[in-house]
Design a protein around this ligand. Structure first.
Ligand code: NAD
Length: 363
């Protein structure tokens, strides 16, 4: 891979390669854009088969974080770290401590926390060496379960979608198909049911399904269906809260909903192609990185001294931001995912411009 060419293609600022012989640490930190503030993004651990694969992942994910931070107006840019290794075999407290030292060495340009393959407990070790870690367990100063604000954000996004489509946030009698009732999905079901909605649910985990069935009043539980049946149900909103890439050539033709709004990351297998397919079928798509930004809002808040009320207010603002995205998409006749990207790019330009005003450097 031609590294500078790849960095230039999407405008990455900095890429660091980390190697520590004693602990076996091998990793890459990518900082995409710090116009809005220090880069923020999770640290993923995976047994990447090649170095190119790891580099490609960290470049793609760090760029995504610039958009995710920008769309919900947190003062952070986009970054990401990947550790090359098997999370079940290659972890040690020392590996995370040395990772902490490397991150500290970046001088506050990059903050990180959990992602696929890493846990809050891993970063308890890293935090001993660095002040640049977020999302730790509560007893170590973290802000707690991010599924709570994430689910609230999805619920706000569903209300905004209802307002856009039907002119009211009233959800009584509306029907939802929820794919995945894990940490986020179960809480989304709870919000929908409390608001008077009725749900179909699916999951591959029987204990997770049992918990939701027990917690949901019978008349609001339309059914528990198999994983393949969830797409073709006659509902108002399909709510993906499990896997990525579930909006693809096969599933989009099955959908019989008016909108897709969920927490899953990277829902469109191919942004351009499948975003366009949804639009052609008249299905409104809430960009995933906005609908699921509640968790990011919470961890970003830790950097300012976590205030739960501020997290709540910023998460509720997903409602207004999504309406802006829908309006911009309609006005420009562009897909909603692209409208969200364009709004973030405008914001970055505005912030660049205001930062052109000279101020005395802090000492
Ligand atoms: P989770 O692991 O707790 O829940 C996922 C659920 O999906 C599990 O119950 C799992 O059994 C189920 N599932 C897996 N494969 C399935 C399939 N084929 N069909 C139906 N169900 C299936 O994860 P979570 O934290 O609830 O996150 C859900 C999604 O939201 C993920 O895509 C995650 O990346 C995204 N997300 C989560 C957060 C957060 O704060 N937790 C934040 C942003 C985005």
């Amino acid at each position: 891979m031609r590294i500078f060419e790849e960095m230039a293609k999407y405008g990455h600022e900095q890429v660091h390669f980390l190697q520590h012989r004693g602990t076996g640490l091998k990793g890459i930190v990518a900082i995409h854009d710090t116009t809005l503030g220090p880069a923020l993004g999770g640290c993923r651990m995976r047994p990447y088969e090649t170095e190119e694969e790891a580099l490609f992942d960290v470049l793609r994910l760090s760029r995504g974080m610039t958009y995710k931070c920008g769309v919900v107006d947190v003062d952070n840019g986009g970054g990401k770290a990947v550790l090359i290794g098997d999370p079940n075999q290659d972890k040690s407290p020392e590996l995370f401590r040395v990772f902490g030292r490397y991150v500290q060495g970046l001088g506050g340009r990059f903050y990180t926390g959990t992602d696929m393959g890493t846990t809050p407990q891993d970063f308890v070790h890293a935090k001993r060496e660095s002040s640049c870690f977020v999302g730790l367990p509560v007893e170590y100063g973290g802000s707690g379960n991010t599924a709570v604000p994430t689910a609230l954000g999805v619920f706000e996004a569903i209300k905004a979608t209802a307002m856009w489509l039907w002119g009211s946030t009233e959800l009584t009698g509306r029907r939802f198909a929820v794919q995945g009732v894990g940490k986020v999905g179960a809480l989304v079901v709870q919000h929908l049911v409390e608001a008077g909605g009725a749900v179909y649910v699916t999951d591959v985990s029987q204990p997770n399904l049992d918990a939701v069935v027990t917690a949901t009043p019978g008349e609001q539980l339309l059914g528990v269906v198999g994983p393949e049946e969830i797409y073709g149900l006659d509902v108002d909103v399909f709510v993906p809260c499990a896997l990525g890439a579930i909006l693809n050539d096969e599933t989009i033709y099955e959908l019989r909903c008016a909108a897709v709004v969920g927490s899953a990351n990277n829902q469109l297998l191919d942004m351009e192609k499948h975003g366009a397919m949804l639009a052609e079928r008249g299905i409104l798509y809430a960009p995933d990185y906005l609908a699921n930004a509640g968790g990011l809002i919470q961890v970003a808040d830790e950097l300012q001294g976590y205030v739960p009320e501020r997290v709540l207010a910023k998460t509720k603002a997903i409602y207004d931001m999504l309406l802006q995205v829908y309006a911009f998409s309609a006005e420009r006749e562009i897909p909603t995912w692209l409208a969200a990207d364009r709004l973030v790019e405008q914001r970055i330009e505005q912030v660049k411009d205001l930062k052109a005003v000279w101020v005395q450097k802090a000492r």
